[in-house]
Design a protein around this ligand. Structure first.
Ligand SMILES: NC(=O)c1ccc[n+]([C@@H]2O[C@H](COP(=O)([O-])OP(=O)(O)OC[C@H]3O[C@@H](n4cnc5c(N)ncnc54)[C@H](O)[C@@H]3O)[C@@H](O)[C@H]2O)c1
Length: 260
């Protein structure tokens, strides 16, 4: 019996990257169906033709889109067991130069849309045992990064949102946790690929590399499954060890590859 056998899941931000890998993981683990949601309609095309995937194109900052994804899980697959709230954006710029419009948009997508997703999903999750929500936070929600103030603020907010929601819903038998990835090979890190910054970042990661999306999806699928039945309100770094250091020096492996 696979961990998600006959279960129904929603995955947001599933056009590519971690979200797509998470849809594929739920299906590989036996899910009856997955609702794949993303604002990028064209990029959802990868899921076309699979009758175990229902796609929904829409902006998750809209409460109606959140309601629709839950309705789709019920109408296509008969209910809802697990929700991976993974959609997110990153914008760069120092506190002096970054725009407030970027800040507002980042908070809207990375925090408010997650709250909307949780509120939309809870009534259906309550109807079946073993309901679980997993939010994609970030190591950038646990500590700061230079030039990422809006992202840092949003991911810290969503990690603490997860803790407080865990307190509100535990008695319903529904769990909620956050995965906190370090750098992952997706569109979000494409701007550093092949540049000196990539080597400098890897030098600070004990495992000396970025994650593949499937390595984050594996942990999301675990936290969303009943194997994690006593885990709630947790933030789990999936970061190759980057948050175990103070950040003052490169790791031993990093120094051996020439970084200070
Ligand atoms: N890649 C990394 O290094 C990394 C590290 C830590 C955390 N994360 C987090 O992982 C999550 C997934 O990111 P990814 O790395 O797979 O990058 P990605 O850009 O491939 O995925 C993000 C997806 O979210 C979608 N999205 C953005 N705004 C949306 C909206 N308003 N409504 C619906 N969909 C929307 C995008 O279209 C995109 O497909 C994000 O929350 C991100 O912050 C990524």
């Amino acid at each position: 019996m696979s961990r998600h056998q006959d279960r129904v899941a929603i995955v947001t931000g599933s056009a590519a990257g971690i979200g797509r890998a998470t849809v594929e993981k739920f299906l590989a683990e036996g899910a009856r169906g997955v609702v794949a949601v993303d604002v990028n309609r064209d990029a959802l095309a990868w899921a076309a033709g699979n009758d175990r995937i229902a796609t929904l194109a829409g902006d998750l900052t809209d409460p109606a889109v959140n309601a629709e994804m839950v309705q789709l899980a019920v109408s296509r697959f008969g209910g809802l067991d697990a929700v991976a709230l993974n959609a997110g954006i990153v914008v760069q710029g120092t506190i002096q130069r970054g725009s407030l419009e970027d800040y507002d948009r980042t908070m809207d997508i990375n925090v408010r849309a997650v709250a909307l997703g949780i509120r939309a999903a809870l009534p259906e999750l309550e109807k079946r045992p073993g309901g679980a929500i997993v939010v994609t936070g970030s190591v950038s929600g646990l500590f700061g990064d230079s030039g990422l103030w809006a992202y840092n603020a949003s991911k810290a907010a969503v990690v603490n949102l997860v803790r407080s929601v865990a307190l509100d819903i535990g008695h319903l038998g529904i769990r909620i946790n956050a995965v906190c990835p370090g750098p992952v090979n997706t569109a979000m890190t494409a701007n550093v690929a092949g540049k000196p910054m990539e080597g400098a970042m890897k030098a600070r990661i004990p495992l000396q590399r970025f994650a593949e999306p499937s390595e984050i999806a594996n942990v999301i699928a675990f936290l969303a499954s009943t194997e994690a039945s006593f885990v709630t309100g947790a933030e789990l770094p999936v970061d190759g060890g980057v948050t175990c250091g103070t950040g003052q020096w490169a790791t031993t492996g990093g120094r051996r590859s020439g970084h200070l």
